[in-house]
Design a protein around this ligand. Structure first.
Ligand SMILES: NC(=O)c1ccc[n+]([C@@H]2O[C@H](COP(=O)([O-])OP(=O)(O)OC[C@H]3O[C@@H](n4cnc5c(N)ncnc54)[C@H](O)[C@@H]3O)[C@@H](O)[C@H]2O)c1
Length: 357
């Protein structure tokens, strides 16, 4: 499959590099609004460097486009690619608003081409192992999932645009939290009730929360919790705890680890634990940094995507999955209680008490 890449930034670099190591895939052309970047990529990966994405999409040899521009541009780039008859693998979040996500999904349906959303955590071996254990019935029926993702946040941690809600569509919940929103729905199924809280007391980015929380319930009564944090000063991480009727699973990264706990039987007070540590990932990540792990997940995701484009099933996130995760976060936003809102509510209550006397 011949790929085009729109957006040659940090993630675009990992996508380009991982495509070189994805069987049956090649990088045909690259586009970035920054000409020096696209030329640099084109030279490094022996790819074409058209001067507009429209020109890229006119190329009949091109099968699939990876969109790795900032989220507020995903709608424009994905829809143009579908109109040109290409498959699209779009980086997370699918778009910065529910409305834009729906427009992208509609364009995919109208074109008959395949849309995938870049929720690459699904391909981390610790998550894949959990999926395998669950499908084998190792923990019985899933009852609840608790999840956390954190990094230090702040202006220096990443691009400025990540803190701009006009571009991102939110704060921590749309950034690292969106991966968890996808994994919660992946393991639990759709939520029919959602509550959310968020605060921006640490970095004061305004409408871009630095900590966001979601409590969600499915129609079957399964419950999920999520915290996305931009104030974990111990570094980048995520973990999930999945509780089932007959046991539990803990997913941890970094280091990459899955723990399977069986429900105790008889007089035992503790369940048995089996720990999976994925030595290759532990070793390679020490040598080559977290970028190695990201690339491995991209290779697996791109392979899965190509399989779906051939009409076969896969475990990667579809366009609908991309939409559902953004819907979940936005349902939480509609209910959010920031400290400013809490202060206003408190002020209103104080004045009404004063009026009552
Ligand atoms: N899967 C993951 O774990 C993960 C991690 C980080 C970021 N992301 C997502 O990847 C995407 C890109 O993030 P990034 O960190 O690479 O950002 P980045 O800022 O490093 O790269 C974005 C690139 O898009 C280019 N660009 C901007 N406007 C453009 C336009 N109109 N046309 C063409 N190119 C344009 C920029 O010049 C830049 O090179 C975002 O959607 C982000 O949310 C995914």
């Amino acid at each position: 499959m011949k790929f085009g890449l729109i957006g040659c930034g940090a993630i675009g670099a990992s996508r380009a590099s991982s495509l070189q190591n994805t069987d049956k895939a090649s990088l045909l052309s690259v586009f970035d609004s920054d000409a020096s970047r696209r030329n640099e990529f084109a030279a490094k990966y022996s790819a074409k460097a058209p001067s507009s994405y429209i020109e890229m999409l006119e190329d009949d040899d091109l099968d699939t486009v990876i969109v790795s521009t900032p989220p507020n541009l995903h709608r424009e780039h994905c829809i143009a690619a579908f109109e040109a008859g290409k498959h699209v693998l779009c980086e997370k979040p699918l778009a910065s608003s529910v409305e834009d996500c729906r427009a992208i999904v509609d364009a995919a349906n109208a074109s008959g081409k395949v849309l995938g959303t870049g929720y690459n955590y699904r391909f981390y071996p610790a998550v894949a192992k959990a999926r395998e254990l669950i499908s084998e019935g190792a923990i019985g029926e899933i009852v609840n999932v608790k999840s956390f993702a954190g990094h230090p946040g702040g202006k220096e941690f990443t691009h400025q645009w990540v803190h701009d809600p006009e571009i991102m569509g939110g704060g921590a919940l749309m950034d690292n939290g969106i991966h968890l929103a996808d994994l919660l729905l992946h393991f639990l199924g759709s939520a029919d009730e959602t509550h959310g809280f968020s605060s921006d007391m640490i970095w004061n980015f305004g409408d871009s929360e630095d900590n966001g929380f979601i409590l969600a319930k499915t129609p079957e009564g399964r419950i999920g919790t999520l915290q996305a944090s931009w104030s974990d000063w111990t570094g980048y991480k995520f973990h999930l705890e999945i509780t089932g009727t007959n046991g539990g699973i803990k997913i941890h990264y970094p280091p990459m680890m899955t723990v399977h706990i069986t429900r105790p039987t008889g007089t035992a007070k503790k369940g048995k634990r089996r720990i999976y540590i994925f030595p290759l990932f532990q070793f390679k990540e020490r040598l080559r940094s977290y970028l190695w792990t990201i690339e491995q997940s991209f290779i697996a995701e791109q392979t899965d995507f190509m399989q779906r484009a051939r009409g076969l099933g896969g475990v990667g996130a579809t366009g609908i999955d991309g939409l559902k995760a953004v819907e979940l976060v936005n349902a939480a936003y509609r209910q959010r209680c920031t400290h400013e809102k809490a202060a206003k509510v408190a002020a209103a209550e104080t004045s009404s008490r004063a009026a009552i006397g």
